[in-house]
Design a protein around this ligand. Structure first.
Ligand code: UDP
Ligand code: MG
Length: 331
């Protein structure tokens, strides 16, 4: 199948999802065959160890619609999504999870909106099944925070489940940052965007690959990637502490002059030292968070390493993606 023949790519990151994969494949196939457009299913194996890799390799031999991208190790969900977009050939690309929380049947709604002319169509969850109270609350708080301190508006109740037009995919492919938050990046590129409501299902099988630690890291990516606000907190706190001391110094001197015992003793000193020490360490930590990210970007390593040559053959270099794609369509 050559590039120009494919209209719709479905890109799915997979990390140890052997129990869901057959069902996922069946349902995607049914939906895509019904749509009647040439399609491909890109399965990005993010270093699975449960047999998912072997399953993906086998199905790709049986069904030419399936294109495997096998990572050399686990690079993480966001990076796998990026690889899916890099290798996709369709005029529209759909990103969805492999645990069937994003029902493949919603794809036809996404495609319909795309045909109406929207370049980005995100799926908006109206209900979430089988997710903990904790996850829902932290997610709600997080989106409120992000929309407040960053310039990008992330539509509420959206995840990574979305359709993107080739133009939007190419725009995103140029953003090679290592610490990624695709939802905000998709909002950042602009284009005509709209949402389609859907009911987010419970995980089909297995357990979440997003423990709290990873969620926290993702939240940090979102904040540091789109905002300087944390860096400015140090400045605000500095002004606050300086302001307090300017008021406090004359007061303490006045108390001393009249011989009052107030403000004598170690406790006052200790509190002030601890408070300022704490503020300084936190500020250093925030600085470190940004510097570490600068260092990572400066190294300029590839975002991921793929171990199967099949995909590499079709690999589109994002920097010259348009050119190559253009050349090919004339072959
Ligand atoms: N995933 C991945 N690499 C990882 C972790 C997760 O490719 O390191 C995939 C996983 O297989 C799934 C999707 O990313 O298709 C979302 O993960 P999960 O369902 O565990 O997240 P949750 O829905 O619980 O937020
Ligand atoms: Mg999930």
């Amino acid at each position: 199948m050559t590039k120009s023949e494919i209209n719709i790519s479905v890109a799915v990151p997979v990390y140890n999802e052997i129990e869901s994969l057959p069902e996922l494949y069946d349902r995607v196939k049914t939906v895509m065959d019904d749509l009647g457009e040439p399609w491909e299913l890109i399965l990005i194996d993010d270093g699975s160890t449960d047999g998912s890799s072997e399953w993906i390799e086998a199905i790709s031999v049986d069904d030419p619609h399936v294109r495997p991208v096998m990572f050399a190790r686990n690079f993480g969900h966001q990076i796998a999504v990026t690889a899916g977009m890099d290798f996709s050939q369709g005029r529209a690309v759909i990103i969805m999870d492999s645990d069937l929380q994003d029902p493949p049947e919603v794809i036809s709604d996404l495609v319909e909106k795309w045909r109406e002319g929207y370049e980005i169509v995100y799926a908006v969850r109206t209900e979430r099944e089988g997710e903990t109270w904790f996850k829902k609350t932290t997610a709600a708080l997080f989106y409120r925070l992000i929309n407040r301190i960053t310039d990008v508006e992330i539509p509420l109740d959206t995840g990574d489940f979305r359709l993107m037009d080739r133009q939007a995919v190419d725009a995103l492919s140029q953003m090679r940052e290592r610490h990624r938050f695709p939802r905000a990046m998709a909002a950042w590129v602009g284009f005509r965007q709209t949402g389609v409501p859907y009911k987010r299902a419970a995980r089909f099988a297995g357990e979440t690959k997003y423990p709290f630690r990873k969620m926290l890291r993702l939240a940090l990516n979102a904040i540091t990637g789109f905002s300087y606000f944390p860096l400015q907190i140090a400045t605000y706190l500095g002004f606050f502490a300086a302001g307090v001391s300017i008021i406090a110094i004359p007061i303490v001197i006045a108390f001393r002059l009249v011989g009052s015992p107030a403000f004598l003793g170690q406790a006052t000193t200790l509190i002030a030292v601890l408070f300022l020490g704490g503020v300084q360490l936190i500020s250093l930590g925030i600085l470190g968070e940004y510097i570490g990210r600068i260092y990572d970007e400066a190294k300029g390593r590839p975002l991921y390493i793929v171990r199967n040559p099949i995909s590499l053959e079709n690999k589109i270099n994002p920097k010259e993606g348009n050119k190559k794609r253009h050349d090919r369509s004339h072959n």
